[in-house]
Design a protein around this ligand. Sequence first.
Ligand code: FAQ
Length: 303
Amino acid sequence: MTVTFDEAIARDQRIEPADEMPEGYRKTMIRQIAQHAHSEIIGMQPEGDWITRAPTLHRKAILLAKVQDEAGHGLYLYSAAETLGADRGDLTRRLIEGRQKYSSIFNYPTLSFADVGVIGWLVDGAAICNQVPLCRSSYGPYARAMIRICKEESFHQRQGYELLMTMMRGTPEQRAMVQDAVDRWWWPSLMMFGPPDAESPNTAQSMAWKIKRHTNDELRQRFVDMSVPQAAALGVTLPDPELRWNEARGHHDFGQPDWAELKRVITGGGPMNEERIRRRREADSDGAWVREAAAAHAAKGMS
Ligand code: FAQ
């Protein structure tokens, strides 16, 4: 007996590539997976900038491994998008022509080595909060990719936190570098979860299709609750005067990020948008000969 798409969703069964699915579901999945893949690949740049300037060989080896993991995540995700009929070359073109988005967070500069630690702690922390529920997302290849990605992201977060703990045990200058990085990355990290629910055009449908399991605001709250005790243990202050425990709600109250800034950054107006896309475009044209040679080699094997 064949199960319809709606029945499969109602029974919490996975949708697999060969299954019937509404065109809107396919389009939404390609949009989200492509945006996620682009984020991983563009996300290699802010930390990649510090590989040659890491303070020790040990830190350099860790950072190199982390940035390589991000490339791997991008590749699994492009493969997941291909199972829906998307073409990888076409997705890259859409990214470099500004027709597809990537996470706003990667449009900010990394000004000191403390930023590497804060990206691990807060940015990977936010990514984990958002992605652990996606391991139960309704589209099989995406949900399975998320399981491995989340394991690696957890390791990334711990390395960031450990780096910051080390700096906090260091000199007053090192502690000031950590605090400065936290001040710059806190609000952009909250923006990673997307616009407030009332202004999120996709959430209702994506929840109904069980692509998303929680709304943007629910996950943002979870992230704030998780980060407050971690900040205290580290000895840094989160730059939000409205942040306080609300006994009645059993959650922290917190201030709102600058939503106009999120809109600006998403639409290309962030501090590093142009640079990120310029470098991606250059990498794409520099690698064209490799793709052509691989395609020619594959064609020979088939004849
Ligand atoms: N940045 O209706 P919604 C990482 C777009 S983690 C840019 O709420 P939705 C790991 C949204 O796409 C980062 N665009 O949309 C790492 C939509 O666009 P449309 C990547 C954003 O999809 C760590 C429009 O605004 N993670 O890379 C943002 O239901 C360290 C309206 O928004 C993922 O992609 C934003 N912050 O919810 C790597 C996770 N927020 O319709 C390196 C998977 C919203 O115009 C170093 N994605 N938009 O095309 C998701 O969970 C969802 O897509 C959301 C947005 C929650 C991001």
